[in-house]
Design a protein around this ligand. Structure first.
Ligand code: PGA
Length: 264
């Protein structure tokens, strides 16, 4: 990880997103949002806050927010097709009709359990962008790949193939989530230095392919066992622009604590 340019974080607003995965149905979401409101974070400037519920929970979240723009809403996946005979799939138009602004794509659990490839995720990224959704594109290496010295190659391929065919402006406007697979749901977080080094590398690859302007604007979140206790140190790294949070975002108070850590 040498020769990585560290770009200033000045122009990038950190984004903290709660990836609820297959947790929190509509009733629980209403309770979560009531508790979140008590945290009085709506006025917390300088950090973008997003919840990413399961599809069936999205309407309850949007309804409960009742027009409040404090929290953005995202989905955990989307189809690469517009409509038709694709049982079980959800389209970009359905998500925008519900009020979604973001969509998480290429999460390692989708790669691992549903065989999603960089090329397939790339199609979804194009589809999402054409519908005006902001993709949160997840990348990251397995422990085996890291220990086998393949970290940079894996990240380079995920960036190159996953973002293929996008314009520099499109790349500048999306979010990349660096989530080392070995850190997801395991309680093992990458050290702040290791995470920073991976983020700087990812940004340098974006610069090579899409130019320095896109690289300096694209936000790169860290994900993998982020919690209130480690958030501040991770967020203070120059190339870390927020977090994609799983387990620690299932409770309003710990999600709020992570948001506060990003706001300082
Ligand atoms: P975790 O999940 O915070 O529970 O490790 C993060 C993610 O998978 O996005």
């Amino acid at each position: 990880m040498q020769n990585n340019i560290i770009y200033t974080t000045m122009s990038r607003t950190p984004i903290i997103a709660a990836n609820w995965k297959m947790n929190i149905g509509p009733a629980e979401a209403r309770a979560f949002l009531a508790a979140f409101k008590e945290e009085k974070l709506c006025e917390c400037k300088g950090v973008e806050k997003v919840v990413v519920p399961p599809f069936v929970t999205i309407p309850a979240v949007v309804e409960t927010l009742n027009g409040c723009s404090c929290l953005g809403v995202g989905a955990q996946d989307v189809s690469d097709h517009d409509n038709g005979a694709f049982t079980g799939e959800v389209s970009t138009a359905m998500l925008t009709e519900l009020g979604c602004r973001y969509v998480v794509l290429g999460h390692s659990e989708r790669r691992q359990y549903h065989g999603e490839t960089n090329a397939y995720i790339n199609k979804k990224i194009h589809k999402a962008l054409s519908a005006g959704l902001i993709p949160i594109y997840c990348i990251g290496e397995t422990l085996e790949q890291r220990e086998g010295g393949q970290l940079e190659q894996v990240l380079r391929t995920q960036v190159t193939d996953g973002l293929a065919g996008l314009t520099p402006e499109q790349v500048a406007g999306l979010v990349i989530a660096y989530e080392p697979v070995w850190a997801i749901g395991t309680g093992k977080t990458a050290s702040a230095a290791d995470a920073q080094s991976a983020h700087a590398f990812i940004r340098s690859v974006v610069a090579e392919i899409f130019g320095e302007d896109a690289a300096s604007k694209v936000r790169i979140q860290y994900g993998g066992s982020v919690k209130p206790a480690n958030a501040a140190e991770l967020m203070s790294q120059p190339d870390i622009d927020g977090a994609l949070v799983g387990g620690a975002a299932l409770k309003a108070d710990s999600f709020a604590a992570i948001i506060r850590a990003a706001a300082v």
